[in-house]
Design a protein. Structure first.
Length: 190
């Protein structure tokens, strides 16, 4: 498997804290409680990122070193997190700074979307953000174990049409899509 070793490096609250670039970065984004931390744990095959049932626990940009060559970057969740408007504005500013300062190092942006919900405006905005910065994006539909195989095919087509992007159906429970996600990450980084 491409991902041999992953370790936490640091949590960033301010742009001055961004680490020196490595050979490339993959950032993970999505609404609060969509499963970004769980996906990072599945990809690393260990409890790396803190998982919570309470939305909005990732409040910083978290950098993880992969194979001592790359970064996985966990961005704060957006959406209905129970935080103040001021704190959400701080997150937005930090994420915008991340994209503008690191766009040359970001090789892939992975957007997790809940497969049981229709496309959200905030997800569309994120995809537009990626296009604006010239970033390649991959849409990962989470929680597909809660859908029938027939529904999974339908939602994959729906999200493909909505985002005009590649979509992978994924489940942390059944491990559906994990190999495809790893392959896309490996191809983007190498």
């Amino acid at each position: 498997m491409f991902i041999k070793d992953v370790r936490f490096l640091l949590s960033v609250h301010r742009i001055e804290q961004f680490p020196e670039p490595l050979q490339g970065e993959v950032c993970f984004a999505g609404r609060s409680n969509v499963g970004k931390s769980t996906l990072l744990n599945v990809l690393s095959r260990k409890k790396l990122a803190r998982v919570s049932k309470m939305p909005g626990k990732t409040r910083t940009i978290n950098f993880y070193v992969v194979n001592e060559k790359y970064y996985f970057v966990d961005l704060p969740g957006y959406g209905f997190a129970l935080v103040s408007r001021h704190e959400r504005q701080q997150w937005k500013k930090l994420i915008e700074s991340y994209f503008s300062l690191r766009k040359d190092y970001i090789k892939l942006s992975v957007l997790l979307v809940d497969s049981r919900l229709p496309v959200q405006e905030s997800d569309k905005i994120f995809v537009e953000y990626c296009k604006y910065y010239g970033l390649k994006s991959l849409i990962v539909l989470s929680k597909t174990d809660k859908l029938s195989d027939h529904m999974v095919k339908k939602v994959v087509q729906y999200f493909s049409d909505e985002f005009r992007s590649e979509v992978i159906a994924y489940s942390a429970v059944t491990k559906r899509g994990v190999n495809e996600i790893v392959e896309k990450i490996a191809n983007a980084l190498e």
